[in-house]
Design a protein around this ligand. Structure first.
Ligand SMILES: *[C@@H]1O[C@H](CO)[C@@H](O)[C@H](O)[C@H]1NC(C)=O
Length: 519
């Protein structure tokens, strides 16, 4: 269990250490506590991974070219009213036809690694592994070869939201058979690409897929299963991940020598009133619901956190059910899942306040009611284009510490971190993003150097402006600007790209002098 009080005490102890190094602030007018946000100079451990991330559906386009099959995002975005301005990823950044330029940007940034995802239905049009699409396989070989040629390591996500439509028609992630379908797909990819790829991510953000896709229905496949969808989908995905991990471990690790894990996303949940015990408990409950319920099975004892099971069990009982809405793992499944990770993959963007909320017993149960939590934010936190994204650098450090406190010294790769700005006139001077990266990476440095968090890599989200799911191109997260009105999809470096390049070159923020030159 995390002890927020102790964490704060630790931070207080180290304040002296930080403030003796410099008095520079990143957001000087924004925070009340000047010590907490004091800039730290120093560098990351040698061999630190510096990357940027993308996802197939968000950048590739070529949605029905060269034998690719349809996936759930093709189907979803083609239904009127599902996305901002009815936009879709049919062309997106047209990365399918822009391998050279994409790799050139990766080189310009000086990245050591590039994280991208494979489109399952580009490789297997129906999702099933008996019909391979050679053009799809060749596309990924071309991309991987171009990266290796430039001494950049590919870091590959097998599944980033885009399920083959045929598999969705068989029930998608609500279908238990998905565990075996995913294992077969993963097995093919390890065999085909594994001599070149040394970092694998099985599934990106199971919780987002589950809540947005199968509970709220605002992401593909747009299913609404309130109170059940989230738990069932996470349950299947954790088993699918575990089988893929064992496949790699047993069949490929010895010869290929790579690493493989899963990617979780999480806010930092801060108690709205740290003096109020109910709020302190609500914040911890939220951390367990959001991150612990996925991390505990893999990095803990193989099972969901006791607290989460008890809360959903109690809510279900109070709702008049005789069976809890939360599925449970058999002892064999717990053994299968436990320990299936070579590192902790973390996507993080923002922080929220959490206050206790009295349980509500609505006729239709939802996971949101199960949380018994109310969210808010501080009006001084800078607002990104995405409604849910406020800039709160210090929350990043607290989340990294929470992971260390709960799951020990497992190596952590931050697999996504970044900020959105609105679509609009071309403006390459992205000050908010520049400050965001400096301050968030600086909090990661504090976690690494001061708190002893075993942080080994960092991937910025994202390489280039792209199709931001239901928000279309209205929210831009890129280090590079993309002109979506230009058929060539011209890419231009934003100022944040130059800042990130400098941080990578310095492996952090080595000295006052260098930092001043940067600004
Ligand atoms: C669940 O309900 C039992 C019995 O009312 C209670 O003792 C327990 O504290 C509850 N647990 C949680 C986590 O709400």
């Amino acid at each position: 269990m995390a002890r927020p009080g102790m964490l704060i005490a630790l931070i207080v102890v180290f304040q002296t250490l930080i403030s003796s190094s410099t008095t520079e602030f990143v957001f000087e007018d924004v925070f009340n506590d000047p010590e907490r946000d004091t800039f730290l100079h120093g560098t990351f451990p040698e061999g630190f991974i510096w990357g940027a991330a993308t996802a197939a559906y968000q950048i590739e386009g070529a949605w029905d070219e060269d034998g690719k099959g349809p996936n759930i995002w093709d189907a979803f975005t083609h239904i009127p009213g599902k996305t901002y301005d009815n936009q879709n990823g049919d062309v997106a950044c047209d990365s399918y036809h822009n391998v050279e330029r994409d790799v050139e940007m990766v080189k310009e940034l000086g990245l050591t690694h590039y994280r991208f995802s494979l489109s399952w239905s580009r490789i297997f049009p129906t999702g099933f592994t008996h019909q391979v699409n050679p053009a799809g396989v060749q596309y990924y070989h071309r991309l991987i070869d171009a990266l290796l040629e430039a001494s950049i390591q590919p870091a590959v996500t097998l599944y980033h939201f885009d399920l083959p439509q045929m598999l969705e028609e068989l029930g998608g992630w609500e279908n238990e058979m998905m565990v075996l379908y995913f294992q077969a797909y993963a097995d093919f990819c390890f065999n085909e690409f594994g001599d070149k790829v040394k970092i694998w991510f099985t599934i990106n953000e199971p919780k987002v897929i589950a809540i947005q896709g199968y509970e709220a229905g605002i992401f593909a496949p747009g299913k609404t299963r309130p109170g059940y969808g989230t738990y069932r989908v996470v349950h299947t995905m954790l088993k699918a991940h575990a089988r893929a991990w064992h496949t790699y471990d047993q069949k490929y690790r010895a010869t290929q020598g790579g690493k493989i894990s899963i990617v979780f996303n999480s806010f930092w949940s801060e108690p709205a009133d740290p003096e109020n015990q109910a709020d302190v408990e609500a914040a911890e409950r939220m951390r367990l619901f959001e991150l612990g319920s996925m991390a505990n099975p893999i990095f803990g004892n193989g099972d969901y956190p006791e607290l989460v099971k008890a809360v959903v069990g109690n809510m279900s009982r109070a709702q008049g059910l005789t069976v809890t809405r939360m599925p449970s793992f058999t002892p064999e499944e717990q053994q299968l899942i436990k320990g299936t990770a070579d590192f902790f993959g973390l996507n993080h963007y923002s922080t929220r306040f959490v206050a206790y909320k009295k349980p509500e017993f609505n006729p239709i149960p939802t996971v949101y009611d199960d949380f018994q939590a109310e969210f808010s934010s501080d009006p001084v936190w800078p607002q990104a284009a995405s409604e849910w994204l406020k800039v709160v650098p210090w929350g990043f450090r607290r989340l990294l510490n929470w992971i260390k406190n709960n799951y020990g010294d497992v190596p952590i790769y931050v697999t996504e971190n970044g900020v959105s700005e609105p679509d609009g006139a071309l403006n390459l001077d992205d000050e908010l993003r520049t400050k965001y990266y400096r301050s968030y990476i600086n909090e990661a440095l504090k976690a690494s150097k001061i708190d002893g968090v075993n942080l080994q890599g960092y991937f910025a989200w994202t390489l280039l402006d792209n199709f931001e799911w239901a928000s279309g191109v209205s929210e831009r997260f890129g280090l590079y600007h993309v002109d979506f009105n230009d058929p060539a999809r011209t890419r231009r470096a934003k100022n944040s790209a130059l800042t990130y390049t400098q941080i990578i070159k310095d492996n952090g923020f080595p000295s006052d002098e260098q930092a001043k030159v940067e600004l």
